[in-house]
Design a protein around this ligand. Sequence first.
Ligand code: ZN
Length: 168
Amino acid sequence: MKILIYPDEILRNEAQSVENIDGRLQSLIDEMLKTMYASRGVGLAANQIGELRQLVVMDVTPTKEGPHPIVLINPHITEFEGEKVEDEGCLSVPNYFAPVKRAAKIEVVGYDRNEKEIRLEAEGLLARCIQHELDHLKGICFVDRLNPVRKMLFRKKWAKICPKENSR
Ligand code: ZN
């Protein structure tokens, strides 16, 4: 499964709600988890592999303690609390990290792969990861959230790292 690289147009699209958690979705979830672990990422949104569905997979546990995959379908953040600025990266923007301001604590609701409703309170890396992945479902990449100065620096840097993608 190939991960789309910024600024691929598909990453700009909004994902549609999942209506059926069927066999096809189950295999998509398995493929996404496999791709995420193989790329050593902590999260992957369906948009990043070209599937515009409201589905994200995550695992923020250290490798030696894992795996503890989290699957969220049709997720929705119901509470934001506090603020925190920390470095973020993205499998669609390889080898680039920059600070992004996010809520420090959140509550998210959604469904797991067994159609069970999940309500999760998260802080730290998990809270950041959820906000990052849910942004993807809205067509937003973390580099869109950089301050204007960093955004300019990113464009210059990205043109060198990823010249072919950037010239489209
Ligand atoms: Zn990402």
